[in-house]
Design a binder for this molecule. Structure first.
Ligand code: TPP
Ligand code: MG
Length: 339
């Protein structure tokens, strides 16, 4: 990416982040990675039925979500956005309860696919699994904020594959016409399951799609935490100031298969995955913190040990938690007469 050299000279203060916040965002990225490792292991052990990995997307998710006013701005995610949730204050234990379909799963009481985070107090909306359907929902919350005279911004996350769906285009068109306070955040990992980007769209970038709807499309290195933070903060400010939407094309890579049911060796050259792993956003941000004198190898080792211990304990506790009772099977599925 052209943006890379310039962005790599950025310091936290240049984008309005304190040094402590810069370290904090690294801790969230590590937490997301460790949670991802644990969920994948639980799946491979036959203890968790289905996982949508976040690995590789951490800088894009954490860097963007960190720009939001938590509990004020509306956040609409998709199934890969574990690290968005963790940045807003969702806990790994809550994620693990949902992964295992437990009674106390705070997102849906154990009756949603994993990765569908939903917390009303955080204004984190419950998404559908149907690709791109969450995008018009975010435009709806942006319109509601406008009608209520609130300065809340809506951000919606989706993959580049979702931009081939009608929902994306209708949402972008409506938001563009009405200059609504919404940030369209695309986690562009180059694949919609097995379908590569060139088979999904006739343009080389997602960013250029914004031109058709009259608002800026910004392409950013999605593996560079500060570059993502800067681009999203600008888009959020623009939206809050009444200047309308922005589409962010955050270029990243999914380091694991699409889901635990997918075998990516059938459509990706292992050499491509190895090359992408060399651009892994975690060591990249860690090395930048080292270079800035904000982090040490001893602190890093201690953080990984502590985080792995915490998530392992959370997983054990979540496994022991109660399952929903069979009598609960139809709750929330059908309207209940008289209620
Ligand atoms: C409307 C619809 N079509 C197809 C699917 C099956 N499906 C689930 S995820 C996915 C790929 C989406 O790719 P992308 O938007 O690039 O996100 P990524 O998974 O790469 O992060 C597909 C085709 C679906 N859930 N909904
Ligand atoms: Mg994709």
């Amino acid at each position: 990416m052209e943006a890379r050299d310039e962005a790599e000279t950025l310091k936290p203060a240049d984008v309005g982040l304190s040094d402590e916040r810069a370290r904090e965002l690294y801790r969230v990225m590590v937490l997301a990675r460790v949670l991802d490792e644990r969920m994948w292991t639980l799946n491979r052990q036959g203890r968790a039925p289905f996982v949508t990995p976040v690995r590789g997307h951490e800088a894009a998710q954490v860097g963007s979500a960190a720009t939001l006013r938590v509990g004020h701005d509306w956040v609409v995610t998709y199934y890969r956005d574990w690290a968005v949730g963790l940045t807003l204050g969702v806990t790994p234990y809550q994620c693990l309860l949902s992964l295992l379909g437990k009674l106390d799963d705070p997102f849906a009481g154990g009756r949603q696919l994993p990765g569908h985070l939903s917390v009303p107090a955080l204004r984190l909306l419950s998404p559908s699994s149907a690709v791109a359907t969450q995008i018009p929902h975010a435009v709806g919350t942006a319109l509601a904020a406008r009608l209520q005279g609130s300065d809340a911004v809506s951000i919606v996350y989706f993959g580049e594959g979702a931009t081939s769906e009608g929902d994306f285009h209708e949402a972008a068109n409506f938001a563009g016409v009405h200059r609504l306070p919404v940030v369209f955040f695309c986690e562009n990992n180059g694949y919609a399951i097995s379908v590569p980007l060139a088979r999904q769209m006739p343009t080389p970038t997602v960013a250029e799609r914004a031109a058709a709807y009259g608002f800026p499309g910004v392409r950013v290195d999605g593996n560079d935490l500060l570059a993502v933070y800067q681009a999203t903060a600008t888009a959020v400010e623009r939206a809050r100031a009444g200047e309308g939407p922005t589409l962010i094309d955050a270029v990243t890579y999914r380091l694991l298969p699409h889901s635990s049911d997918d075998d990516d060796r059938t459509y990706r050259d292992p050499a491509e995955v190895t090359a992408a792993a060399a651009r892994d956003p975690l060591p990249r941000w860690r090395d930048r913190l080292y270079a800035l004198g904000l982090w040490s190898e001893a602190e890093d080792r201690a953080l990984w040990d502590k985080t792995r211990g915490r998530v392992a304990a959370d997983a054990e506790q979540a496994e022991r938690a109660a399952d929903p009772p069979p009598s609960d099977l139809l709750t929330h599925l059908y309207a209940e007469p008289g209620r």
